[in-house]
Design a protein around this ligand. Structure first.
Ligand code: ADP
Ligand code: MG
Length: 911
């Protein structure tokens, strides 16, 4: 291998070098690099990423653990205890600080790891030539000298010089601000100083391909690209967290100040009452530690991270963390039909040719099967006509079919689009093939299919210097361009009556749920010129046949649609297909019933925005729409107050995906541009996975809410207990070390377990959360305060009862134990706001059961072990008293459950 020259640091004018010289300079060859050389260059030049791309920073995470005010307060308190030779307290405090840091560090690191893994999964990819074949690799692995292939919807992974280009158009707005796409071509520019926008022989990182095709050799990667240069100028953007994280952060700050304020007041009160200053200081510090919910942001991060990895297992890759929160409030899901609601595995079942209907047998894409007419094999004349059609279908096609080795024998797989695969399979059943067509009738020109045109034309050379245009496309639209038709007796002029007949036939096929494609052709007397007029070629066509493709609904789609209905989510089908086909499929899925619910693209065009907004509230199927319509649909739905999730795959879908509240890209059928515009990628293109993601989104939100509620309820209980004692002038019911212990054991660990609770099975049986609803609504605050009052109440009861007959140390032990027990029991209640605890299996959240069980055991042990009692400054307790305290601590749980049942009966909206 030749040595790769490092990119010239002195602004190399790549666009002015002749291609051969350029290739030589970076030691590249048109057939691409070997994978060995690519790996070598990757280590030489580094990954093709902008430097700001965040990496895992364990050190930063560790340092973060010591950034909170509370931690420093604790360290001061520990130091002060040490100075006063209170070794037990000092050691306990420092142990708690260390333990807190370790747990926090571990949580955050694993959360960041899973989010980083997700980022890798959804990172852009590029098509490069490696070892002589085109391969899809992560864009980060592209190196100088790579040959990249470009197709519509691709992101340009690095700066590259074009080697070939066919009508290649790029959108370079990220670089030049120009939103119109620019035409690229292979040429050598003479002046070095032309502005970026005019370097027409170069493609740049951060831009994307809008149309055409080509390949190019990579000259610079990463920060050396033009895009990297800009990125260097802009300060790297830091991760700011999701809206909920931000809201909770400010809410947490507010609570912290409130708590500190209260602690300050209690401190002053204590001083007035003549409590010794140091004791008061230690209590205040502990109380501050207990009251300030410093674990809050971390717990949210953990809940989000665990949630998104759970979603990844259910085939939904989250690209933007904030979409997880929006998912839970989704009210409308707009889904593509083909491939998402249906299987996207197509087979031609029916054929209408020269006035006769043929049936086609066969499985999947296998090119074997019978074509019969009225139950009999076709006669000689019919066979000849079918053969003619076979050439047309194979000639106007991009797909390839191959036997699938992995599947049972007889299974074939399509390389290309399913629609064309199905047409090709039919052509092969009728005796034509792609290879034979390419050989006999070489391709001259092509007008590609897109969702706007809904047809494809390929012009091929015919015998004697003539040519033939072959067209396939949506029959209703195609017929408008036809002037003749294939009749039983030969080609005839297309009368209005005949057109009606064909349209009726088309509608009938579509009404059976078949996707109907028409085939037409036109003979050109001479070879077409260099530039051909599409409009002219695609007019006065001869209509040849109607083909009906079966694309059965996905078996899991119908239950998923029903689930959405129960969950108060409307499902809307969006398709380029015929309204009849769409309605037939929608009926099978239970998504729509009558024609009133169908809106066609042409009707949509005729509606003003205001009227569309009204119609959008009831339309369940949009048919014969193009990508541009999607954005209008999203806007209309959003204007009606909906939270919209929208799927897409093509380049043109990107604006609608960006415009939706949740833009969903298809992992298989989707282009890179769509994926990068999306909030979430569905890896199996399956509608059911979208619904699963919504369910997970709701579950994650619930878990955050539960955790928050539990943390705050515990904190308010502790604060309340101390406050009442200080105000009433009673002795302290808890010592500082007790508060610290509670904060670590009874608050922290169960809260973490609640954050990863499995999804409540009822989560899809309630309406979506309103988009602007606060997480801390009235119900939330009510149960939080109620729990605080109940747990503090039971601890206080234990304290006061014991104080009647025993010294304060014993009473304190009772109060401490009662509070711990009560809080631990309450954690079970927090798992659901509607289901009673006895209906939730302990097994479904084993970590919580173990944490609670372990903590209870530990607490009992402390009461019966002299050493532990010394460490925690408690007294030994009789077993009778232990059980009494356990029974007492069940009280708050019982009340919470009672309230739950009462609210449930009243039908209040609960989790
Ligand atoms: P969908 O929303 O079902 O994916 P498309 O936009 O892919 O719809 O297709 C819209 C219509 O365009 C189809 O009903 C069909 O008639 C026609 N069509 C689809 N694919 C092709 C193709 N590859 N070549 C020609 N026509 C096509
Ligand atoms: Mg499609």
């Amino acid at each position: 291998m030749k040595e790769a020259a490092p990119p010239d640091s002195a602004e190399p004018a790549w666009h002015t070098l002749p291609p051969e010289e350029l290739l030589a300079r970076i030691s590249a060859e048109p057939q691409g690099l070997s994978s060995v050389e690519a790996a070598r260059r990757l280590s030489q030049f580094g990954p093709n990423e902008l430097r700001e791309a965040s990496r895992l920073r364990p050190w930063a995470i560790l340092v973060n653990q010591f950034k909170s005010f509370i931690v420093w307060l604790l360290i001061v308190a520990g130091g002060a205890s040490g100075l006063l030779h209170d070794w037990v307290d000092a050691i306990a405090i420092f142990a708690i600080v260390a333990l807190n840091a370790v747990i926090g560090f571990y949580q955050e690191l694993s959360a960041e790891k899973s989010i980083a893994a997700l980022k890798r999964m959804t990172a852009p990819r590029a098509k490069v030539r490696r070892d002589g074949a085109v391969d899809s690799v992560p864009a980060a692995e592209v190196v100088p000298g790579d040959i990249i292939e470009l197709a519509p919807g691709d992101l340009v992974p690095a700066d590259a010089r074009l080697l070939a280009a066919a009508s290649l158009q790029c959108v370079e707005s990220a670089l030049t601000g120009e939103s119109e796409s620019v035409l690229k071509r292979v040429t050598t520019l003479l002046t070095a100083g032309v502005p970026l926008g005019d370097r027409e022989n170069m493609v740049f990182m951060g831009t994307n391909v809008a149309a055409g095709a080509g390949h190019a050799v990579v000259v610079t990667t990463a920060m050396a690209t033009e895009f990297g240069r800009i990125a260097r100028l802009i300060e790297s953007t830091t991760d700011e967290g999701t809206p909920l994280q931000k809201k909770l952060q400010s809410f947490g700050k507010l609570l912290a100040w409130a708590a500190l304020g209260m602690v300050g007041v209690l401190f002053a009160l204590g001083l007035l009452r003549g409590t010794p200053a140091f004791e008061l200081f230690m209590t205040s510090v502990s109380l501050a530690v207990a009251a300030v919910p410093e674990g809050l942001p971390a717990v949210v991060t953990v809940a989000l991270a665990v949630g998104v990895s759970r979603m990844a297992r259910r085939r939904a890759l989250v690209r933007k963390l904030h979409s997880v929160e929006t998912l839970g409030s989704t009210t409308v899901i707009c889904s593509d039909k083909t491939g998402t609601l249906t299987r996207g595995e197509m087979t031609v079942r029916s054929l209408f040719l020269a006035g006769e209907t043929y049936s086609v047998s066969g499985e999947g894409y296998a090119p074997t099967g019978e074509v019969t007419v009225a139950g009999r094999p076709p006669d000689a004349r019919q066979t000849a006509r079918l053969r003619e059609l076979a050439w047309l279908l194979a000639g106007c096609n991009h797909a390839h079919l191959a036997p699938d080795g992995a599947e049972p024998a007889g299974q074939w797989r399509v390389i290309g689009t399913p629609t064309e695969g199905a047409l090709l399979a039919l052509a092969m059943k009728l005796g034509a093939s792609r290879e034979a067509v390419e050989e006999k009738f070489p391709k001259l020109h092509e007008f590609p299919f897109d969702s706007e045109r809904k047809r494809r034309t390929i012009i091929r050379r015919a015998a004697d210097g003539a040519a033939r245009a072959l067209v396939t496309g949506a029959p209703d639209l195609l017929l408008r361009r036809c002037a003749f038709f294939q009749a039983a007796g030969g080609i005839k002029r297309l009368t209005d009556a005949e057109r009606e007949r064909l349209l009726a036939e088309n509608a009938a096929m579509a009404g059976r749920g078949l996707r109907v494609l028409g085939a037409a052709f036109r003979d050109l007397p001479a070879l077409p010129a260099e530039t051909v007029d599409v409009e002219k070629i695609e007019s006065d066509l001869v209509f040849a046949a109607l083909t009906g493709l079966q694309d059965p609904p996905r078996p899991e789609a119908r239950p998923a649609v029903a689930e959405c209905r129960r969950a108060g989510i409307r499902v809307v089908m969006i398709t380029g297909d015929h309204p009849h086909t769409a309605l037939a499929v929608a009926r099978e899925l239970g998504l729509a019933e009558d024609e009133q619910e169908v809106l066609a693209g042409t009707e949509l065009d005729a509606l003003m925005d205001e009227n569309l907004r009204k119609r959008a509230a009831t339309v369940a199927v949009y048919a014969r729409v193009s990508a541009e319509h999607k954005l209008r649909i999203v806007r209309a739905l959003k204007a009606g107050g909906a939270v919209v999730a929208m799927t897409g795959d093509g380049v043109n879908d990107a604006p609608a995906i960006k415009g939706a509240d949740i833009g969903i890209a298809m992992g298989r059928a989707g282009t890179e541009v769509t994926k990068q515009a999306s909030d979430m990628i569905i890896t199996d293109d399956n509608f059911a996975s979208i619904v699963a993601a919504v369910e997970e989104g709701r579950g994650i939100y619930d878990n955050i809410r539960k955790t928050l509620q539990y943390l705050l309820a515990s904190n308010s209980g502790e604060l309340l207990l101390i406050a009442v004692a200080v105000i009433a002038g009673w002795p302290m019911p808890l010592l500082p070390i007790h508060l610290l212990w509670i904060n670590l054991v009874t608050d922290g660990l169960p809260a973490l377990c609640l954050a990863v609770d499995p999804i409540d099975p009822g989560v899809m049986r309630r309406p979506p959360r309103r988009a602007h609803e606060k997480i801390t609504d009235a119900g939330f605050l009510f149960s939080m305060l109620l729990t605080g009052v109940l747990t503090a109440g039971s601890a206080l009861a234990a304290f006061l009862v014991a104080l009647q007959t025993a010294p304060v140390e014993v009473a304190r032990t009772h109060a401490f134990t009662a509070l711990v027990f009560a809080q631990l029991f309450c954690s079970f209640s927090y798992r659901s706001e509607s289901r009673p605890v006895w209906r939730m299996s302990l097994w479904s959240n084993l970590p919580l059961a173990l944490v609670v069980g372990g903590s209870l055991g530990l607490q009992l042990w402390i009461q019966h072990n002299a050493t532990l009692a010394v460490l925690l400054k408690t007294t030994l307790v009789s077993w009778g008293a232990s059980f009494g305290l356990l029974a007492l601590a069940l009280g708050p749980l019982a009340v919470l459950e009672g309230v739950k049942c009462f609210r449930r009966r009243r039908g209040e909206r609960t989790i």
